[in-house]
Structures are given as C-alpha cells and as structure tokens.
Design a protein around this ligand. Structure first.
Ligand SMILES: [Zn+2]
Length: 353
C-alpha cells in the first residue's frame, strides 16, 4: 500500500494510475488517489481521499435544494482545495519546462521555459479564473465546486466520448438528474463508512466463510472502483484549466491581453484557442515522453483523451462554473462546444499519426 506515501508508480499503468496521465507520470496523483489491497486499506484510502473530503465540503447536509449554491467552507477546507490545485499547477509548470522546446516548435515562437505562477483561491462564489501578468492565477471555490460536480456527473454516468471506463457505471440512462447522482455518491460514501475494514488476512478468512460475495473486500472493491471513476474525472479538467491559464503566460499573451479593446475580439479568440491548444499539447507531450507505451494501445486512446480533461471541462465544468460566453464589451468569449470540438478534432488527428 503506497497510496499515502506519494510514490510514483506510473509505469504500471494500472487503472488507478490513469487519473490524469500528466499527474501520474509526474508522480503526483498517488498523493491523492484511492489505492489499497485489503478492505481496511481501501477504506482508509477512500476516507482520506480528496473526493470523499470534497463531499463533506460541498454537500455537508446531503443533496442541496439548489445545486448551484455554494456552502460556507471552513478555512481549513479552502486550504485543502488550494493545496490540491497547487499540486496540479506544479505539475503543469514542470511539464512545461521539460517540453518547452517542442512546444516552441509547435507554436512557432519562444514558449517560456520557466515562468513562476502561483495560486490564489478566492471564496466569493463567483465564476472567476484568470492569470495576471505577475503570474498570479486567481480561481474561485465556485470553480472548485464545479470540478467536483463534473467528477460526480461524468464519473458515475457513462459519458460517451473519452470517459469509457472498463467498469460498468452506476447510471447509463438519460433521465438521471444531478441530484440523483449526488445522492448515489453520498450513499457510496456512507457504505464505506459503515463497512468494516479488515487486514488482508481478515479479508481472506472472511472470503473463505462467505461465498455470496458481500464481504468487506467485495464491498470495498466495488466502492473503490466507483471512487476511482469519479477521481478520473476530477483532476483532469482541473489540470486542463490550470494549464490553460498557465499557457497564457508562457505563450506571451498577458501583456497583449491587458491592452486589448473592443476591436481586438479576433485576437482575443485566437489567444483563447492557443491557450486551449497549449493545455492539451503540454500534457500529450509530457505523456508521450514519460510513458510512450500509453500510445501503443489503441484501447488507451479514450483513456488518454479523458486524462487530458478538455472534454469534461467544456461539457460540464464550463457551465457548472457559471462561465458564460458574454465577454467584456462587444467581445464575447468563444463558444465552449466549439472549443471542445476543435480540441477533439486535433486529438483525433494526433492519434491517427
Ligand atoms: Zn483564457
């Protein structure tokens, strides 16, 4: 059991290591992921995991009437969110430094090798995510909540593109509401809390005396697979957004963005697509370099795509965050579906060689 020790075992390419290939190849995901062999270890890993703690943060009183409402967060909880975002931002920075030459070639300009960015987490309940020229990335907890909502929805339903999990999903129907999904996850969490966790030896003895597969180990394995599915949709869109903001900085957009007025819509849109493209490419290059085997299996294509985060981000997080395409003055933001489609087309092109 290595989950709590932040060990990099990405080489194994197990299902639990696919949380975001960027993160796993950087050895980051193991710090926050659900892993374990005995029912006791799995129980502890799940209870300690960021996805379980997020349920306490965002749904302290069960399924809320207003799904958009942001509960009041404790200072400690805000700090936990900030720490997780910082882990992924550090991953993006590291990947950028390693890949800046290839990136410079692809963007045909000097992509900065090193750029120090840091994170400020606001607790205002506003759809805010931006980077300023000094390198300060400001994100509101509203966005963090949207990431969690994305993870539950995409993780527990059968998302068609990119999200195909090997395990069967809880929901496959179209009439499932977000409230149903949240309720289901809170039940999963309760089951974990109420199931006795045992050592490997205990699990073996229980398994010997119990042949209807409802013992601790089977229950925990089931719950761990649900949790993993949720986790696989939690961190990738987070990484995507951080990489997008970071991309604005290393691509040299920040000064230009500051001085823009209404006539510069086209330039603004170009910069948005460039930052989207950057967010995808920095991850693909990093994965390709550190885990080339991942690209050898056509089966992994959907997994890799999911780990890039853009599908989940534009399908769910964008709207759940409260982002709109209304921009400043006459300059509207590009349409999220269009942005998603552009990246999907490009991804298909890259994967077909
Ligand atoms: Zn942007």
């Amino acid at each position: 059991m290595k989950g709590r020790e932040c060990v990099n075992d990405a080489g194994a390419l197990r299902v639990t290591a696919m949380i975001g290939l960027l993160a796993s190849t950087l050895g980051l995901a193991a710090c926050i992921t659900v892993e374990g062999q005995s029912s006791g270890e799995m129980k502890k890993a799940m209870q300690d995991s960021f996805i379980f703690r997020s349920a306490d943060m965002f749904y302290p009183d069960g399924v809320p009437d207003d799904l958009d409402a942001l509960p009041e967060l404790k200072r400690k909880q805000v700090k936990q969110i900030q720490e997780v975002l910082e882990i992924f931002l550090a991953g993006v920075q590291k990947a950028n430094t390693e890949q800046h030459e290839d990136l410079s070639q692809l963007f045909q300009r000097d992509v900065k090798e090193n750029f120090d960015a840091w994170l400020v987490l606001l607790n205002e309940g506003q759809p805010i995510s931006q980077i300023d020229p000094s390198g300060e990335i400001t994100i509101d907890v509203k966005i963090a909540q949207a990431f969690y909502r994305t993870a539950l929805i995409a993780g527990l339903t059968d998302s068609s593109v990119g999200g195909g999990n090997f395990m069967s999903r809880r929901f496959a129907g179209d009439d499932t509401t977000e409230a149903d999904i949240i309720r289901e996850f809170l039940e999963i969490k309760e089951t974990v809390d109420n199931t006795r966790g045992q050592t490997m030896i205990g699990d073996v003895f229980e398994g010997l005396s119990d042949d209807d597969m409802d013992g601790s180990w089977f229950t925990m394995t089931d719950m761990a697979s649900d949790s993993t599915a949720v986790e696989e949709h939690y961190f990738p869109p987070m990484t995507f957004l951080l990489a997008h903001e970071y991309g604005h900085a290393v691509l040299g957009h920040l000064d230009a963005m500051r001085g823009m007025d209404d006539d510069d819509c086209e330039e603004f849109h170009n910069m948005e697509s460039e930052a989207d493209l950057y967010a995808m490419l920095v991850q693909i290059l990093h994965i390709r370099k550190n885990n080339p085997g991942a690209f050898a299996f056509p089966l992994w294509s959907a997994k890799i795509e999911n780990s890039l985060g853009y599908q989940d981000f534009f399908k769910y997080t964008f709207n759940l965050s409260g982002f709109t395409t209304e921009g400043v003055a006459a300059c509207s933001h590009p349409d999220p579906e269009e942005r998603r489609q552009n990246l999907e087309d490009l991804y298909r092109e890259i994967m077909s060689g």
